[in-house]
Design a binder for this molecule. Structure first.
Ligand code: SAH
Length: 358
């Protein structure tokens, strides 16, 4: 363990500290990649007893609505054979489980593919999906049919880079060691200009964030959809117009902590840049629907009716169902914070649920 580093998850902190001691400050994106790879590899972070709760873990209604949305699109496309259900970062496999159940009611039972790197979560997913096929990335996904791809809270876990205006010039945001702590510092050397050659109008301290890793994932996914047909549904918190400022955050035990406090022991995320992801899809001539707000999207696809049906079947669960519905759709809960965006092959039907989108 390099001098002075105290962390409750020594592996990630050790690797990062060791690299900084050898090379000097490292780019923020490298820091985030190492921290999250160790974080997800070491534990199942989901649920009340973990660090954060995701929509599919709140209620079965979430996955069911996603499943109905997919089945509707598949039916209107003429029920093509050899479709593949692909989920990126499927967590515990809960969303896929609930979605598959509602898709099957419409005769839609595609093969299940999970893109997942965490051995802990793979084991968890296998409990619900013993017949799934696992992939480390999308390069070896099947090529023989359309892909129905779901990414719920996946893109926010991918590393971001930041550029900061310092002494009148752009610098890359780096992570250094200050004795026992990690700290963000601007690079000594000027960075290649991220803002089209000018710092004018950007005061010192301005941060521009972007995620080359997300851009690469989105490009590869879009290429597959353009070639094979199908759809990609992205649900995440994020922004729909370019902006400035850091959105990097860390959560541990359901509480915000500093992103630099305990790499590998907290969930590091950044807001998803829907604007850029949509542009990537458009350059591949794919159709983009949304982003729409999660609450409106779920409501327009019938989550209120589903909640009423579940309540009628289990009246004792009425309060639990009501509370879950509120968490998923309430404007001050996940309803407005989370955005839903669909990317669809140009010869596929227009997806439902986006009449409220921007
Ligand atoms: N979609 C799930 C889990 C979200 S947490 C849900 O909604 O409950 C993020 C998920 O993405 C985890 O399954 C994590 O292991 C996975 N993940 C993070 N980075 C990844 C990467 N680079 N490649 C593949 N999976 C990744």
């Amino acid at each position: 363990m390099p001098d002075g580093i105290q962390a409750d998850h020594p592996t990630a902190a050790h690797i990062i500290a060791d690299r900084i001691d050898r090379e000097g400050p490292i780019p923020l994106g490298d820091y985030m990649a190492i921290a999250n790879a160790h974080y997800y590899a070491s534990k199942d972070p989901l649920g009340e007893e973990g660090d954060f709760v995701t929509a599919p873990e709140i209620s079965q209604m979430f996955g069911e609505i996603v499943g109905i949305w997919l089945a509707d699109l598949w039916l209107r496309k003429g029920s093509p054979d050899h479709c593949h259900y692909v989920e990126l970062g499927p967590g515990r496999g809960t969303l896929a489980h609930d979605a598959q159940r509602s898709m099957a009611k419409f005769g839609c039972s595609p093969a299940v593919h999970f893109v997942e790197t965490s051995p802990v979560l793979k084991a968890r997913q296998a409990q619900l999906h013993p017949d799934a096929t696992w992939h480390d990335d999308i390069s070896d996904l099947p090529e023989d049919g359309p892909l129905l791809i779901i990414a719920n809270e996946f893109f926010d876990a991918l590393p971001v880079e930041q550029f900061v205006v310092s002494s009148g010039g752009w610098r890359r945001q780096m992570v250094a060691r200050d004795r026992s702590k990690f700290v963000a510092v601007p690079s000594v050397d000027p960075a290649e200009n991220p803002a089209g050659g000018t710092t004018s109008g950007f005061p010192d301290g301005t941060i521009l964030e972007h995620s080359p890793v997300s851009v690469e994932w989105a490009g590869n996914l879009a290429n597959r959809l353009a070639k094979q047909g199908g759809t990609l549904l992205i649900i995440d918190y994020g922004y729909t117009r370019p902006g400035t400022g850091s959105t990097l955050q860390a959560i541990k035990d359901h509480m915000p902590v500093s992103p630099f406090d305990c790499p590998g022991a907290s969930d590091l995320t950044a807001h998803v840049d829907f604007h850029t992801l949509a542009n990537i899809a458009r350059t591949r001539l794919l159709a983009v629907s949304g982003p729409a707000q999660q609450g409106q999207w779920l409501k327009s696809l019938g989550i209120d009716q589903r909640a009423a049906a579940l309540t009628a079947a289990s009246p004792k669960q009425a309060e639990t169902i009501r509370a879950a519905l509120h968490r998923l759709t309430g404007p001050e809960e996940m309803g407005c914070l989370f955005q839903v965006m669909a990317v669809t092959a140009i010869d596929w039907p227009e997806p439902e649920g986006f009449s409220y989108g921007e």
